[in-house]
Design a protein around this ligand. Structure first.
Ligand code: ACM
Length: 621
């Protein structure tokens, strides 16, 4: 209290908050070009949606969206109306058969006070609609909204824009997967990498091998996270399990397809295979051994055996997988293969000799090449983690570079396609979002939003031709330390929006300040309305820091539209009952004293940021 009496706070009323003049009109990911024009379009119950392809998935999606939002939803096939009697006033015209060309997945959106038009084909129309949805400003009165006038031209930088989810370490049900797909679609992501199998659980029904789920989807107990940051040796003594039936998989595939999202299923091999080995030990090099679904994190010491029995079973498993997933890519894992079991195996040692392989790395390559041949024979392609480079890359494989970019660079130099997903680039969303001890338990690391945003997937060390092999970018969400849907959302958002911008927006169009201060607050308010448990970033200007001097200016911008910031300077943790920050402050610290300016942001729904702390010290005597 003594300190407080000596402190002078001055409020400053000019230049309070970020300007609203956002060149990207709040849209995430930022479009190639957006031109704000004067006026606005009023969306009313009388607004008609004219379409030239009424059954198109994007059109159906949009009309369902408007219906749900209580806005106009009358869809009319424009071909049924005589050209001379078309009154396009107060209408939204969705044109898939427009004349002219657009880049792949591109669209044009034009909003005037009279009407809105979107030109786009396939996913291009869907993305034009997503942009329009982001521009719709709902009013308090039902059935009424406005859209600012604008001309937007847009198309993506990369064809592959992915988001991964590990459902093996923890299982997430179909409803949640759909919610995950919804938010991916809203930000123009087009590939869902579904990590369906691992040591800790096999999550996809395979009719020919029912024990994969009967046995492999269940574990007896689960390792308890960490105690004071150190891996514990405690277990929860609670059985855990879950899997998707083939019917459910088909339902999810259809749901994703309706949102122009391809699903890349991952069936891990030859490592990360304990759950499968627990069900079918004959797939190991030592079938007499007992295998059980892993209850711990980290990698098991086991792997599928590269023999005829295993290959036959894996081909049959992959055949069913390919029946369920229509996309080009099947992800076969290939990462972190512990080769101990192969080293101990007489069969493997002989196989290395017979096939003139160099060592167990050569065996890994032999394994992946066998699987690739089968997948290719079915008209599909494999993706593997960058370890599949070890011992020689399978001829047509696409490489997912996760251990930094080196694997991706090597693969691109060899003429292979590459998807960049390096943890070092802030794309591992199981890493913490700040260094604060207030962050929830995570696997470790630090991947703040700014780091995720800054990542550029195209290494400058590659030639222009080689750069063409970087087909896209993806973030990964491993769930060892993420047991609930709420926590998945917390770790995903808002970082996924930053990664989505990297995938879509041209590098020259990226601007972190514009993203984080002008567009993200609007998008987070939207996510809040839609019920996502995103992480509330600390207010801009409030990040933890230590400053010395005697006068300090505090200038904060809320990270979420409509949120309030509360602060203390008395050393107590701020909460909603403390002073509200509404305007910039100047704090004077007397000689020899120090003050902590601690702030918390609380959103309309009551979501809270962590508490930030600006330490201000006046060292003068
Ligand atoms: C990985 O993170 N093991 C691909």
């Amino acid at each position: 209290m003594k300190n407080l009496l000596l402190v002078f706070i001055l409020t400053v009323s000019t230049g309070a908050f970020a300007q609203k003049s956002d060149p990207n009109m709040g849209i995430v990911p930022a479009p190639v070009s957006a031109k704000r024009e004067s006026g606005e379009f009023k969306l009313t119950p009388e607004t008609i949606i004219f379409v030239d392809s009424p059954d198109n998935k994007a059109v159906v999606f949009f009309s369902n969206y408007l219906k749900k939002a209580g806005l106009a939803s009358s869809v009319t096939d424009i071909n049924t109306i005589d050209k001379n009697h078309r009154n396009l006033k107060n209408s939204i015209v969705l044109s898939l058969n427009f004349k002219g060309k657009l880049p792949a997945e591109g669209y044009e959106l034009h909003v005037t006070p009279n009407n809105i038009t979107i030109n786009g084909r396939y996913s291009g129309m869907f993305y034009g609609i997503q942009t329009l949805i982001q521009l719709i400003q709902k009013s308090k009165s039902p059935g009424y909204a406005i859209v600012p006038c604008a001309t937007i031209k847009d198309y993506p930088r990369f064809g592959y824009r992915g988001m991964h989810l590990d459902v093996s370490r923890h299982f997430f049900d179909v409803d949640f997967i759909k919610k995950y797909l919804d938010v991916m679609a809203a930000y123009k992501l087009n590939n869902f990498h579904w990590h369906l199998t691992d040591d800790q659980g096999w999550r996809i029904e395979i009719k020919k091998y029912p024990k994969l789920t009967e046995i492999g989807s269940q574990r007896a107990q689960t390792k308890i996270g960490r105690v004071h940051g150190v891996d514990s040796d405690l277990y929860d003594n609670t059985p855990y399990g879950g899997f998707y039936t083939q019917e459910q998989i088909a339902e999810v595939v259809a749901y994703a397809t309706d949102r122009y999202i391809n699903i890349v299923p991952e069936i891990e091999m030859p490592g990360h295979s304990m759950a499968a080995l627990a069900a079918y030990p004959e797939m190991s090099c030592d079938p007499a051994k007992e295998y059980k679904v892993f209850e711990n994190w980290g990698d098991s010491k086991e792997a599928f055996c590269p023999n005829d029995v295993t290959f036959k079973m894996l081909h049959e498993i992959l055949y069913e997988v390919m029946e369920l997933f229509p996309g080009k890519y099947i992800h076969i894992g290939g990462d972190e293969v512990n080769k101990d079991a192969w080293k101990k195996s007489d069969f493997c040692r002989q196989l290395i000799v017979d096939q003139s392989l160099r060592d167990e790395n050569g065996l890994q390559s032999y394994f992946i090449s066998n699987i690739e041949k089968f997948v290719n024979s079915q008209g599909r392609s494999i993706i593997g983690w960058d370890e599949i480079l070890e011992g020689g890359l399978a001829p047509n494989a696409t490489v997912m570079s996760w251990r930094g970019e080196a694997g991706g660079i090597a693969a691109a130099q060899m003429g292979h396609d590459v998807i960049m997903t390096p943890g070092s680039g802030g794309l591992y969303f199981d890493h913490a979002q700040s260094k604060s001890t207030q962050e929830p338990l995570s696997i470790g690391g630090n991947a703040p939003l700014s780091k995720t945003y800054a990542y550029d997937p195209v290494p400058s060390s590659l030639s222009k031709d080689q750069q063409q092999h970087i087909i896209g970018v993806q973030a990964n969400l491993w769930t060892e330390y993420i047991a609930t849907p709420d926590k998945v959302e917390y770790m995903l958002l808002p970082r996924m929006l930053a990664m989505a911008e990297t995938g879509w927006t041209q590098q020259a169009g990226k601007d972190y300040k514009n993203f984080s201060m002008q567009r993200l607050p609007h998008q987070l308010a939207r996510l809040e309305e839609e019920g996502y448990n995103y992480r509330v970033p600390v207010p801009e200007g409030a990040k933890d820091t230590t400053l010395t001097g005697n006068k300090f200016n505090i200038d904060l911008t809320p990270s979420v539209e409509g949120a309030k910031i509360h602060y203390t300077i008395d050393g107590f943790t701020p909460r909603e009952t403390d002073l509200e920050y509404t305007t910039p402050l100047q704090i004077t610290v007397p000689s020899g004293k120090h003050i902590d300016f601690q702030a918390i942001e609380i959103t309309p729904a009551g979501k809270r940021s962590i508490v930030s702390d600006i330490k201000m010290a006046n060292d003068s005597k």
